[in-house]
Write a protein that binds this ligand. Structure first.
Ligand code: ATP
Length: 277
């Protein structure tokens, strides 16, 4: 069921095998990371090893975020890369996606990657690795945009422009006070339609819906659906902003939960058939 129309398999494979780096990069980097991942999944080890030479760790990061790997896939693929290439790639991934990958590895492997990774990225990932599985904290990302209320729309737009390349979503901007308490929210749309001289404190919405860091991920999915937001902020018990969960993270959760429920049902069906026999 993969949409193949945007993957020119023949051309890519040919370029990969004949060592035509320029042609390979031209075609490959033009593809959506999902399509890149779909192509990558079909390759054998020799071709994959070529790819690590043709793409920078940063370029590989986009593909990897879309891999949706099984445990062994992540492990095998990472083991094929040189440790420094793998670490660079992990540094360039969104922290929550990197955590998903690291959670599939052995503990000593995780530690060894974290020690050679970019320090800032490693620190972010270490924070996230502390949270219990299936909680809001375990699926949130720390790459959000937060601003203070006491400034104009003009200066907020300036911050947004600077931070946008690193944020997982720029659609919502969260407003915090000096102690990082979450005090308001604005959408990018709200900002764009406001006067440049308007103060953020005047235009922000202060009844922010948030989830607590220990909240069950199923509950987060439910809230996301009920409120129809593209992201939800995650806070601690004193309302400090810790991260955000975006709707695409939640889609992964829903898929997981659906297949869990399905296996439970399958289990019940099996019991039924045993009873009857
Ligand atoms: P509408 O839903 O009216 O069509 P829209 O498509 O722009 O508008 P969003 O932009 O997703 O919808 O959200 C609308 C409003 O919700 C925005 O003004 C935004 O500031 C606000 N908002 C976003 N996140 C939260 C939140 N966590 N809690 C409360 N309000 C929020």
């Amino acid at each position: 069921t993969t949409p193949r129309q945007y993957i020119n398999i023949e051309l890519l494979t040919e370029a990969l095998r004949t060592g035509n780096i320029v042609q390979f990069r031209n075609e490959f980097l033009d593809m959506h990371p999902y399509n890149q991942a779909e192509f990558f999944k079909e390759l054998d080890e020799e071709d994959r090893l070529n790819i690590y030479h043709y793409l920078s760790p940063e370029e590989m990061a986009g593909l990897f975020e879309n891999l949706d790997g099984e445990e062994h896939e992540y492990r095998e693929v990472l083991a094929e890369m040189s440790p420094s290439y793998a670490a660079d790639m992990l540094s360039n991934m969104y922290a929550d996606d990197a955590v998903d990958v690291l959670n599939e590895l052995e503990k000593d492997q995780v530690v060894s990657y974290l020690t050679i990774m970019d320090k800032e990225a490693a620190d972010e990932i270490k924070e996230l690795l502390h949270y219990e599985e299936y909680t809001a904290g375990s699926i949130m990302t720390t790459e959000y945009i937060a601003i203070v209320a006491n400034q104009t729309v003009r200066s907020a737009m300036h911050i947004l422009k600077n931070e946008a390349p690193r944020a997982e979503t720029i659609y919502y901007v969260y407003v915090i006070d000096e102690d990082r308490h979450l005090v308001g929210v604005l959408s990018l749309r709200d900002l764009i339609v406001s006067e440049d001289d308007a103060m953020i404190s005047e235009i922000m919405y202060d009844r922010v819906v948030s989830v607590s860091v220990g909240e069950d991920q199923e509950e987060v999915a439910r809230m996301m659906r009920d409120y129809n937001f593209l992201a939800l902020p995650v806070v601690d018990f004193q309302d400090h902003l810790l991260g955000i969960i975006t709707v695409d993270d939640i889609m992964d959760v829903m898929e997981e939960e659906a297949s869990d429920d399905y296996s439970k049902l399958a289990g019940i069906a099996d019991l039924d058939s045993i009873d009857r026999n």
